[in-house]
Design a protein around this ligand. Structure first.
Ligand SMILES: [Zn+2]
Length: 216
């Protein structure tokens, strides 16, 4: 495989990038001066070294290396999970990081999150292996570190109202029931209002706020 083909194959796997765009990226890179490509390479290395996934919610967070953050990094928690003011009894299950950001930007949710890592169209094994099902079970059984020894009061299943989102919601509910057979929490869903087939990411703040506040 030549170096052009190799790089095209790498870019092709990026979200929303097809073969043609991947090719354009490669030709763009070819024309860049060496210091610019070095800058890109270093930024990628820095990203991999500094960004870690939160052990509780799988939200990426930056490990900055200052004493206070060091303590946070040692605990393996993102800013949200490490924040003592957040309601640890509330858990919102979302598909991906950008959905978490959309909900955060409404400022109407003060609980914690769990990022499932995607949605599935079928219950096939290879599809299911893409999701954090086992991690979710573990999280539900161990609500938070022993310092906050209380369980969940509410689990919000906030997946996108797409066909895949609906299939995955059913799966998530099954998982919750399996993990906690007699739960002390209630399971809720976002209220209707998010356009059918729409995604949280592209829903305006007010609609998302209403969907969150009207959840049942
Ligand atoms: Zn977290």
């Amino acid at each position: 495989m030549d170096s052009v083909e190799k790089l095209v194959n790498i870019f092709r796997k990026f979200p929303t990038v097809g073969s043609r765009t991947a090719g354009r990226f490669v030709y763009y890179l070819m024309k860049l001066p060496k210091e610019k490509t070095d800058e890109l390479i270093n930024a990628i290395i820095e990203l991999k070294n500094k960004i870690k996934l939160c052990k509780m919610c799988f939200n990426p967070y930056e490990f900055v290396g200052l004493p206070i953050s060091l303590e946070m990094a040692d605990r393996g928690l993102c800013n949200i999970c490490a924040d003592s003011r957040r309601d640890k009894g509330l858990l919102c299950i979302v598909e991906k990081e950008t959905d978490l950001l959309s909900i955060e930007s409404t400022k109407k949710f003060n609980g914690l999150y769990f990022i499932l890592g995607g949605t599935v169209a079928t219950m096939k094994k290879e599809d299911l292996s893409q999701l954090r099902i086992e991690e979710l079970k573990k999280r539900l059984r161990q609500p938070f570190d022993s310092a906050h020894g209380h369980g969940f009061t509410e689990i919000i299943v906030a997946l996108n109202p797409t066909p895949e989102g609906r299939t995955t919601s059913v799966l998530v509910e099954q998982t919750i029931k399996e993990a906690v057979p007699s739960p002390a929490f209630r399971i809720t869903h976002l209220a209707k209002g998010i356009p059918v087939g729409g995604e949280l990411e592209y829903t305006d703040e007010e609609t998302l706020e209403n969907a969150l506040e009207g959840r049942k």
